[in-house]
Design a protein around this ligand. Sequence first.
Ligand code: KIV
Length: 257
Amino acid sequence: MKKKILNIIKSKNKKKLVCLTAYSKPFAKILDKHCDIVLVGDSLATAMYGMKNTHDVSLDTMIKHGISVKSNLSNATCVVDMPANSYNSVKQAKKNAKLLFNKTKCDAVKIECNGKNYNIIKSIVGLGIPVMGHIGFTPQYFKKFKVQGVSKKNAFKLMEQARKNQEAGVFSIVLECINEPIAKQITEKLKIPTIGIGASIHCDGQILVTDDMLGLSGFYPKFVKKFANLNNIIELGIEKYKKAVLNRSFPNKKNIF
Ligand code: KIV
C-alpha cells in the first residue's frame, strides 16, 4: 500500500484529518497546503454545474476535474469520486476505476455504499486501487435529504455497512449526516479513520464541500459552517470593476500597451 494511504490509516486516534473538496487548479493549490485529503467530489454537479443532484455526472467530467486537481497537489492525498452508474457491476466498476485512477493519477477513488456493493469495493481494492467508503446519506442513492441512524434499525444497518466496508478493504470511510451517537459508535468500532460531514466531532476527520464552507455555493444546511463569505467579496470586486468601466477609469495608462 502506498505511504500516503498508510499514513491516513495510521492517523487514527492520533490526529484529526482535515479534508475538503476541490474541483479545479486554484483551489487545489491552496488546499494542498492545509489538507490531508482533497476530494474531487461529484458534488461538483450541484456546486459547479448547477445540476439538481449528483445523479447525472459523467465519468469523463470526473476525469477532467480529477486531472486538474491532482496535477496541482504535491502533499495532500487525492481522492476522486466514482460517479453514479459508473460501478453498477464488478466488470464495469473495475474498468471505470482503472480509467479514473490511471488518467487522473489520483491516490484513491471513493464509492458510495448502497448496502449491497461490497463485492464491487473488494474488486477495485483487488486491483491495487485504494478505495474510500461512504455511508449514511449517500446522495447518489437518495432523492430526499434525511438524517441517518436515528431509528435503532437504521443505526444497526449503518453499523453493519461500516463493518462490511472495512471488511471489503476501504482505507477510510465518509460518514454523511449520521446521528451523533451512532457516528461515535462506528468511529470507535472501526480500525480505519471515519471522515464526518454532518456526523459530529467524534469522527476521526472532517470534510465539507469547499464551495459551501466558503460561502460560494449558496447551499448552507445545518452541518455547514460558513468560514468565509466569498460571494460578498466577489460581488464587491465585480461592482468595483463595473464602476471603473462605466466611469472610464479602467483601463488606465498602466493597463495598456
Ligand atoms: O461529493 C462530495 O463532495 C462528497 C462529500 C460531501 C463527502 O461526497
